[in-house]
Design a protein around this ligand. Sequence first.
Ligand SMILES: Nc1ncnc2c1ncn2[C@@H]1O[C@H](COP(=O)(O)OP(=O)(O)OP(=O)(O)O)[C@@H](O)[C@H]1O
Length: 254
Amino acid sequence: MTKRQHKLEAINLDAYYGDFHALKNINIAMEEKAVTAFIGPSGCGKSTFLRTLNRMNDYIDGFRVQGQILLDNRDIYASNVRVDELRKEVGMVFQKPNPFPKTIFENVVYGLKIQGIKDKKLLRETCEKSLRQTALWDEVKDKLDKSALALSGGQQQRLCIARALAISPSVILMDEPTSALDPISTAKIEDLIHELKQYYTIIIVTHNMQQAGRVSDHTAFFYMGELVEYSKTKTMFTSPKNERTQNYITGRFG
Ligand SMILES: Nc1ncnc2c1ncn2[C@@H]1O[C@H](COP(=O)(O)OP(=O)(O)OP(=O)(O)O)[C@@H](O)[C@H]1O
């Protein structure tokens, strides 16, 4: 078997909100075309870390990082990196589905249009392909010109994933993508994650340990800004090495 590549890597990464030290010397290498889950109690730094992976925190006043994040071995915080290019490569899906108040079609092709792509055939083809990838095509193909806001919450989240896929990223960051969804919609997104990992590197923040167990290949446990343990998901849930990990996954705190 060929050795799997590391798609993303953090090296001695520290992050601060002003004086507050939110991430402490994080070292982790995340595998290509696999799912990595970030777990840990509220406020431990999962979202902060996820957002450093496409520089989403750049918008926050007083936020700064030290150390490196390598994407395909290139430091994404290097001065010559174009953040708009980075975000094309590293897409993001948020906790609450956030479609724009536009048609389904316009939502999916939004990123392409921003890039100046006007070719109608290309836009239509990309729209269909992305909606098929998120198993939404059959449900919406007859109402592409209807408002995305009329879709159910679960459909809206799959639409947001389709919107992220339309710009051909290689990494998709998901910040608690199912926490606002019912169990059936959650199962659909989990199935989707399973399909998508053939083509994409997926990093997911989740509060739901069963979900981490179901969807991820590797799991990272964070606690108070530190990466406490990182291993294959099976190993983490059957024989965690650290007592804090054990306490967390057995529900003793959280
Ligand atoms: N914009 C901000 N300004 C200042 N501090 C922040 C900001 N965002 C997060 N923090 C702090 O950084 C720490 C980590 O927050 P983060 O949102 O990354 O945690 P989390 O593990 O994702 O939590 P949750 O599971 O509740 O979403 C927390 O102490 C939080 O209060």
